[in-house]
Design a protein around this ligand. Structure first.
Ligand code: GDP
Ligand code: MG
Length: 166
């Protein structure tokens, strides 16, 4: 099995952190500044039975310039070509305008979307369910996987889920 998975989400939700953890090397530029990763960066995850090429997809968030607008078109093109999309959100911040904007864009895309609730290390377990419900009401995500990219919690579960879509 092999295929392509795109990682999307508004700035600072942990896309680069997840990608770095998954491919085991620093391929994406980590920064607290938004939009540092301007290009599609490919990281490859390989096991005995599967190979996933990950794309750290910038530019899906609300455009602030013509360049941003162009990047968003590139991003949407990419999203229609991959086997699955990981939509990362920050559970410690919850559902905001940035996430809503991306969800509207996702409605134009046919690819299955896995909702990845990142930074669970920053919230109490009982806080998770109400946040999940908010997102589920907006879009038919095919899976919902709570993780901590920073601590590595449940990243293996996420990879198993993603492999099912290849
Ligand atoms: P990106 O803009 O989506 O690529 O986000 P980054 O991967 O650059 O992460 C933004 C910030 O969030 C960095 O300071 C990361 O260390 C932090 N971060 C990422 N994942 C987690 C997580 O699971 N838990 C916590 N507490 N912080 C995280
Ligand atoms: Mg990044």
């Amino acid at each position: 099995k092999s295929g392509f998975v795109a990682i999307i989400g508004r700035p600072n939700v942990g896309k680069s952190t997840l990608l770095n953890r998954v491919v085991g090397q620093k391929v994406a530029i980590m920064s607290d500044k938004p939009q540092t990763t301007r290009n599609k960066i490919h990281g490859v995850y390989t096991t005995d039975t599967a190979q996933i090429v990950f794309l750290d997809t910038p530019g899906i968030h609300k455009p602030q310039s013509k360049l941003g607008n162009y990047m968003m078109q590139v991003a949407e093109g990419t999203l229609n070509e991959v086997d699955a999309i990981l939509f990362l959100v920050d559970v410690s911040e919850g559902l905001g305008g940035g996430d809503r904007y991306i969800i509207e864009r996702l409605k134009q895309v046919k690819t299955p979307v896995i909702l990845v609730m990142n930074k669970i290390d920053k919230v109490q377990p009982e806080e998770l369910l109400p946040i999940i419900v908010q997102y589920k009401d907006l879009y038919p995500f095919t899976e919902i996987v709570p993780i901590s990219a920073k601590q590595g919690t449940s990243v293996n579960i996420l990879l198993e889920q993603a492999t099912r879509y290849l």
